[in-house]
Design a binder for this molecule. Structure first.
Ligand SMILES: NC(=O)c1ccc[n+]([C@@H]2O[C@H](COP(=O)([O-])OP(=O)(O)OC[C@H]3O[C@@H](n4cnc5c(N)ncnc54)[C@H](OP(=O)(O)O)[C@@H]3O)[C@@H](O)[C@H]2O)c1
Length: 327
């Protein structure tokens, strides 16, 4: 088969379309003929050499895919999946390839009303957003959610999902075009972080109370403002470190407002935990996609052998939503 190989750590040009050995499904895995995959920020960090795949994972990038089951591996008979089934999947790596081996617990059906290509844009954002907003932060209807990076792949999904849950959503983003797209997706308040102090705007927009939950991709540089933006009983969930990994935390403010600060990552979780998240997503998120209240947001679709071009778009941050790569 062919796959995108990272020839050495570096810029987008190190992504090379190469002939490589086919993957062999392990115990509990099926082989999927990939139709499409999607680009995540983590792939850029992996390409640059700062985010190596966890032990045992494929060396090729790609945290999600869609495609057709080509072969049932050992121990997967009776799993409910059959050769020829159209699926999408959460991966620990290896999606930038013509074939990938996937643990059965990480397979999802293609949601009704979503094409096989679009389905590749869903597993990583759906699993990340659902696990953090529902399992970790326990976001409830009527609460206010602040989403940083509202125009990102994660952000565009989080806005729609939280609105479907009945939450009120505030976003930050860096351009008027992204803010407008977030409003179209359901955001009640959209803040340009380049021009405004988001903590002050959040206070204004919530009658002085603050946000109940924050989904944060920035980390260190936003910690202080995030803690200031939370309401009493607020929950900050950090999923990205685009603003650095270290900062000072005002525990006094946390005590008084009874806050929690948590940080999570999906990729390094064991397969059993990923399977639990995938099952939760199938039960609680897929019906929203089938009903049309949440939709995949795809900015560009390119052929997989042009992965370098897709990485350049992601690094420019010009995109809104996901970048999909087709085989
Ligand atoms: N922990 C997990 O399990 C997990 C899983 C998936 C993703 N993530 C993280 O979630 C984040 C988003 O991922 P993604 O794949 O959705 O990425 P993405 O689509 O590339 O979005 C990243 C967004 O961040 C904003 N941004 C970039 N540089 C910035 C800066 N210096 N200051 C402020 N904002 C900046 C950009 O929007 P603007 O134009 O508005 O600046 C861009 O749209 C990444 O940090 C990723 O690592 C974490």
């Amino acid at each position: 088969m062919h796959a995108i190989v990272i020839s050495e750590p570096g810029d987008a040009d190190v992504l090379v379309w190469s002939e490589v050995p086919d993957p062999v499904p392990d115990l509990g895995e099926v082989l999927v003929d990939v139709r499409a995959t999607a680009v995540n920020r983590a792939d850029v960090a992996q390409r640059q050499g700062t985010y190596p795949p966890p032990p045992g994972a494929s060396e090729y990038p790609g945290l999600e895919c869609s495609g057709t089951i080509a072969e049932l591996g050992p121990g997967t008979e009776g799993s409910g999946w059959s050769v020829g089934d159209e699926v999408c999947a959460l991966l620990t790596g290896g999606g930038y390839a013509e074939r990938v081996a996937v643990p059965v617990g990480q397979l999802l059906p293609v949601p009704r009303g979503v094409s096989l290509v679009e389905a590749a844009a869903l597993p990583e954002v759906a699993c990340t957003v659902w696990s953090n907003l529902c399992m970790v932060a326990d976001l409830r209807p009527g609460e206010t959610l602040l989403v940083h990076g509202g125009g990102s792949g994660i952000g565009t999904f989080a806005v729609q999902f939280a609105c479907a849950l009945g939450a009120r959503v505030i976003v930050t983003a860096g351009s008027e075009a992204k803010l407008e797209r977030c409003r179209e997706l359901g955001a009640a308040v959209a803040i340009n972080y380049r021009e405004e102090d988001f903590a002050a705007r959040v206070k204004d927009a919530t009658g002085g109370a603050g946000a109940d939950v924050i989904l944060d991709i920035m980390g260190g540089s936003y910690l202080e403002s995030n803690v200031r933006s939370l309401a009493v009983g607020g929950r900050l969930v950090i999923i990205g470190l685009m603003g650095g990994r270290k900062a000072e935390l005002d525990i006094g403010r946390m005590l008084v407002k009874r806050l929690s600060v948590q940080a999570t990552t999906l990729r390094s979780r064991p397969a059993e935990e990923k399977a639990r998240i995938v099952a939760g997503v199938a039960g609680q998120v897929w019906p929203l996609l089938a009903a049309g209240s949440v939709r995949p947001v795809v900015d560009h679709t390119l052929p997989l052998h042009q992965a370098a071009a897709a990485h350049r778009i992601m690094e420019s941050s010009a995109h809104v939503g996901k970048l999909v790569l087709t085989v």
